[in-house]
Structure formats: structure tokens, C-alpha cells
Write a protein that binds this ligand. Structure first.
Ligand code: TA6
Length: 326
């Protein structure tokens, strides 16, 4: 329209970047820390259990499984994410199953001793757990457990656990450990694990008897609860339907537990949906077969790195070289 004057353009307000680290409240009012990386990946770690309960990619897809029936408060553990099993994995003696670290309230560690920092890491959170007087009655050892949760340069999730014996009575202690990681998968029958074939394992469904894995890769058609021993530092979980591969890299954690409760057992787990077994798989870097012993003053370190990458195909098959040696 001739002569019409258009209004002056409104100045664009600068896009506000959300902070990379944020303390927030969870569904039951519990404190959690939200980590964001500049590309859009996020992770959440709760003070309850020191537990990672979310890891999302830049599209906002959740990469970890958390049950719709999960309870985010004491006295149980949160069903999903990455529960930490310490000071024991499994059930032995009087100590509760999978230890007590997963159902204690951790603190933010404001002054952690230095840890070699990967220069690509822009955001991380440090938590600490020390035993209460009540804990010492169940497990009579003083310790400092420092957990660092970090997002790497490509949105990778890094967990570093440092456990130090702070006993003043001169006594060593021994423990077992696992990152009881629940992965979110499209359909368990479309998933395979590479890196555990030919490994020895204890089968928890067969009285902990020892067997050797046969075949090319692990596929799933029934309940599984196995502890693979002395496994390689790299394991891949390939989700055919999602065309996504989770790559686990671990250090200080020789074993790997694989668990899916399948249909019948799912129905016996109160905080787990009857059909949810189809959409989860636990692959748990662990130190189970040989307990770790620390003398007073000694420290142990166990690291887990998780990445989610597009699956690569070769002649209609996944190319394990690309997945595992890339
Ligand atoms: O890691 C596998 C396992 O030890 C299974 O035996 C199964 O019971 C699972 O952990 C879950 O344990 P939870 O105590 O969390 O119910």
C-alpha cells in the first residue's frame, strides 16, 4: 500500500540461556540437580540415593528408564535411572539388598578433592555420602563416597565414584558395587548386547551356577539375571527399532550384570508396571566377583561413561567394529 508506513521493528530480546546447573525440586519435594549441556542434553541427579534419574538427548528423548510406578522417597530405592549399589551388590549377611547408598540422602559436595577434568566437560555436580551413626551399626566402617555426575562434550553421561576408607580404628573394609543402570529401549525383543559374548557368568536364576556365554550377541526372549565376569571395558546395547546404540565404557568395574524381569517376575515387583519390562534393560557395570578392599586412607575409583549414538549398519547387519572400536 503506497504511503503506508510500517511500525519500527521491535528489538529482539536476547535469548536467555538456561543455567548449566540448577537445583530443583522433584515430584515428592526432594532436591535434585539438573545439568544441561549447551547442545541441549540434560541429566538429573537426586540427592535421594545420589541417583541419576534422567538423561535426555537434544531432542528431549529420555534415554534412561524410570518406572511409572517409581516411588521417589524413603525407605525404598527409586525404580529406574542409575541406582548405586554400595556397600554391597546383591544380598549377603545382614546388610540390605544392594546396600544402603541408594536409599540415603546424599549431600552436595561443595569442596571435592580435585579430579582430572576432561576439558570438554562444561557441567558437573558433586555429591557426597558419609555413614550416619545408624549406618555404622549396620556396616561398621567409616567412609567418604564422592560421586561426580557430568555431561561430556557430545552429551555423554559420566559418573565417577570415589570411595575412601576413613576408619580411625586401623581396619580395612571390603565392598562390592554396581551402577544398576536402567536403559530405556523401544522393545526388548529388538535389542541386542555386544561385548559379552563368550564371557563367563553366574546365573542368578540357576543358583549362581557358572556358565560360559555362547553365540554372537545377547538377545532377549525371557527373564535374565546374570553377572558377567571380567568383561571388556566397552559394551554396546543396540536398539534396532530406535536405530540407537548405547555405548558403555567402564573403568575399575570388571563385571557387568544384565537384568530384565520379563513378564512373570514383573508382576511381583510392586513399583514396576506389568508391561514395563518390554521397554527397559539393565546393564550394570559392577565389581561383584572380587570384592574391593581398602585400608584406612586408601581410595577406590569406578568410572562409567555412557553415550547414545545412531546405530550403524553394514550389509544389513550391525557392524560390531563400528560400534565397539570406533
Ligand atoms: O541387578 C539385578 C538384580 O540384582 C536382580 O536380581 C533384581 O532383583 C534386580 O537387581 C532389582 O533389585 P531391586 O532390589 O532393586 O528390586
Amino acid at each position: 500500500m503506497a504511503g503506508a508506513s510500517s511500525p519500527p521493528p521491535t528489538p529482539k530480546s536476547p535469548k536467555l540461556q538456561p543455567p548449566l546447573l540448577e537445583r530443583a525440586k522433584g515430584p515428592s519435594g526432594l532436591d535434585k540437580i539438573v545439568l544441561r549441556d549447551p547442545r541441549g542434553f540434560t541429566a538429573e541427579v537426586r540427592l535421594y540415593g545420589g541417583q541419576v534419574t534422567s538423561w535426555k538427548n537434544e531432542q528431549g528423548d529420555e534415554l534412561l528408564f524410570v518406572s511409572s510406578k517409581a516411588v521417589f522417597k524413603s525407605p525404598g530405592a527409586i525404580r529406574g535411572g542409575i541406582p548405586i549399589c554400595f556397600p554391597q551388590f546383591g544380598t549377603h549377611g545382614n546388610l540390605e539388598k544392594h546396600g544402603f547408598a541408594r536409599n540415603r540422602l546424599w549431600l552436595v559436595d561443595d569442596n571435592p578433592p580435585p579430579l582430572p577434568v576432561n576439558s570438554g566437560i562444561k557441567t558437573y555436580a558433586d555429591l557426597i555420602l558419609k555413614p550416619s551413626e545408624e549406618d555404622l551399626k549396620i556396616w561398621p566402617h567409616r567412609f567418604e563416597f564422592r560421586l561426580r555426575v557430568a555431561l561430556g562434550p557430545k552429551g555423554d553421561l559420566f559418573l565417577t565414584s570415589r570411595i575412601r576408607n576413613t576408619n580411625t580404628d586401623g581396619k580395612p573394609f571390603s565392598f562390592t558395587f554396581a551402577y544398576h543402570t536402567y536403559f530405556s529401549v523401544s522393545d526388548i525383543s529388538e535389542v541386542r548386547i555386544e561385548g559379552l559374548e563368550t564371557m563367563d557368568y553366574f546365573d542368578n536364576l540357576k543358583g549362581k551356577e557358572r556358565f560360559t556365554e555362547q553365540g554372537d550377541a545377547l538377545v532377549f526372549e525371557s527373564e535374565i539375571d546374570k553377572v558377567y565376569l571380567d568383561t571388556p571395558p566397552k559394551i554396546a546395547i543396540i536398539d534396532h527399532e530406535k536405530k540407537r546404540t548405547f555405548v558403555l565404557r567402564k573403568d575399575g568395574l570388571p563385571d557387568a550384570v544384565v537384568w530384565n524381569p520379563w513378564e512373570r517376575r514383573s508382576k511381583t515387583i510392586l513399583d514396576f508396571g506389568d508391561e514395563e519390562y518390554k521397554h527397559m534393560l539393565c546393564v550394570e557395570p559392577a565389581a561383584v566377583e572380587k570384592p574391593i578392599t581398602l585400608k584406612p586412607g586408601e581410595e577406590w575409583k569406578g568410572r562409567l561413561e555412557l553415550s547414545a549414538v545412531p546405530s550403524s549398519y553394514y550389509s544389513g547387519q550391525l557392524d560390531p567394529d563400528k560400534v565397539l572400536h570406533g
